[in-house]
Design a protein around this ligand. Sequence first.
Ligand SMILES: [Zn+2]
Ligand SMILES: [Zn+2]
Length: 390
Amino acid sequence: MVHPLLETMRAYTDEFVELRRDIHRHPELGLEETRTSSLIAQRLGAWGYEVHCGLAKTGVVATLRRGAGTRCLGLRADLDALPIREATGLPWQSRHEGIMHACGHDGHTAMLMAAARYLAERGEFSGTLRLVFQPAEEHPGGAKIMIEDGLFERFPCDAIFAMHNMPGIPQGHLVFREGAMMASSDDVTIVLTGRGGHGAMPHRATDPVVAAASIVMALQTVVSRNVDPQQTAVVTAGELSAGRANNVIPDSARLELSVRALDRNVRDLLEARIRALVDFQAQSFGVQAQIQYKRDYPVLVNAVAETTFAREVAIELLGEQAVTCDGGALTGSEDFAVMLEHCPGSYLLIGNGAGDGGCMVHNPSYDFNDDNIAIGSAYWALLVERYLHD
Ligand SMILES: [Zn+2]
Ligand SMILES: [Zn+2]
């Protein structure tokens, strides 16, 4: 038997498929989502929400109070697109050259907007609902900026939830996980400075290229020899640049690393080992090493009680066959992790399916699955009705 809320939300779908495609046609990069943000602010205001704009520049917080309930619930969607040239060829393909909603944030916004309209018109709840539309999830991290702008002081929440689509998981299936679900992400820049010279007389130079090559290989031992084999960690050297000619030894070489972990202690260990390895390797080759270690998004940790609650709501809506209670952790990262450091809550996945647009997010051929708008919005609506009561 189909849950009545799912039936109800299907009646709302056309308007929000249209909205999703409109946002998809006009993608905007992080902290530049002015069109998207004014579009949603205007509609939320018309539906009776108290709307605050300007947190993290283009962020929007919409509040709706009903009844005498004292609990406050936050639901968060992200607004930004990516610097990718779209290759879907769909009628709603991006009109902004080189910018694309390739992570489905257009869909996340549409799902929350559909729930927002239903909840304003027919929602049976008692308490305070806060919808948080966050800019710049991809870059440079709008969650942190919204919090610095007073998000949780000005708009307190007892719990906050967010949902991300995931290609490869059956369409509309919901996936939950307690504890660490998404990895921390740190960016490391290493500049090695030696002394350039003639490629035929290496003994008169101090070669930073050989040092860089050795460091790349040595870094492979951090995960294999230092991290507990039961733990997850990734060290990727995604950029290595040095020199311009085969017969010239350059003065310097540059390495860029992406470092991921699913545990805060492992994250610390990775930093300590990478720093030590780079320093001693550089010393052994006689080159200078400059390390810039930038800690970016933290580990995303789902609270146990909130995850249990969120999962029960999913089972009530969709039945057990469409809910994965204990999904695996991912080595990707997500800046909702920063919100979860300030407020308990849970982050869940909604399957984007394997059909058209079934390729991974951040791919030029990806597209959000519009069939998820009814399911995702029904889920948000039921979560609100179950969480906010007298
Ligand atoms: Zn993304
Ligand atoms: Zn995303």
